[in-house]
Design a protein around this ligand. Structure first.
Ligand SMILES: O=C(CO)COP(=O)(O)O
Length: 241
């Protein structure tokens, strides 16, 4: 049985006060959530410390949205793994398409960040996925194979989560058909050496499509953007049928 990992990626949303307000509404809704489901929240860096204190003793794990590969150093604007560990962070999203698209992230830097995360005991959530153009050109499989081959060099697949996030489905309301997401995720799994790696789907996951997505045999969880920002909607997703 593979682990189920349901993560909220808050991107650049919520102040500290707003994140505390979210938790006040969200935590009570987890009382009935099956314990096999790992629930992760990935807020902006500025909220991690206060949320870590708030979540102490709760069943929710904290994740960051990026990590640098050096232990420390002259890297203005970056955050190192030991800084995250010290405040109780356990997961880190790496290689999100918004990092690749807007901030010059490459497969090489993704690989460096993955290695650093694992070296310090953080579990990376590696994001892969194709653009609309690549999909229309029939290049989805080739692109994802390329990303996996380069991103996963010397990576321990026993401490890894992968998220398949087709870029055209992110923030668009244009969810990938669940059967198609299942097919691509099966393909990702066939390229891994460890068949226990949890593989999530991400891209316009909402309360009204979560049950169908999670009914797919290859899909081990979801990485949720917009719908993770409201306590009721994220609780509905975590408590899928
Ligand atoms: O990018 C995503 C999660 O990392 C998905 O975002 P949305 O759920 O808003 O489409």
């Amino acid at each position: 049985m593979r682990k189920i990992v349901i993560a909220g990626n808050w991107k650049m949303f919520k102040t500290q006060a707003e994140s505390e307000e979210f938790l006040r509404g969200f935590l009570p809704e987890l009382e009935e959530t099956p314990s096999i489901r790992e629930v992760v929240l990935c807020p902006p860096f500025t909220n991690l410390n206060v949320m870590s204190k708030y979540l102490h003793g709760s069943r929710v794990s904290l994740g960051a949205q990026n990590v640098h590969w050096a232990e420390n150093g002259a890297y203005t604007g970056e955050i190192a793994a030991p800084m995250l560990l010290e405040i109780g962070v356990r997961y880190v999203i790496i290689g999100h398409s918004e990092r690749r698209q807007y901030f010059g992230e490459t497969d090489e830097t993704v690989n460096l960040r993955l290695k650093a995360a694992q070296k310090y005991g953080l579990t990376p959530i590696l994001c892969v996925g194709e653009t609309k153009q690549q999909r229309d050109a029939g290049e989805t499989e080739k692109l994802i194979s390329y990303q996996l081959k380069h991103d996963l060099v010397d990576i321990d697949q026993t401490k890894l989560v992968i998220a398949y996030e087709p870029i055209w489905a992110i923030g668009t309301g244009d969810t990938c058909e669940s059967a198609e997401a299942n097919r691509v995720i099966g393909l990702i799994r066939s390229q891994l050496t460890n068949n226990k790696v949890p593989i999530q789907y991400g891209g316009s996951v909402k309360p009204n499509n979560i049950d169908e997505i999670m009914a797919q045999s290859e899909i081990d969880g979801v990485l949720v953007g917009g719908a993770s920002l409201e306590p009721d909607s994220f609780a509905r997703i975590v408590n899928y049928q």
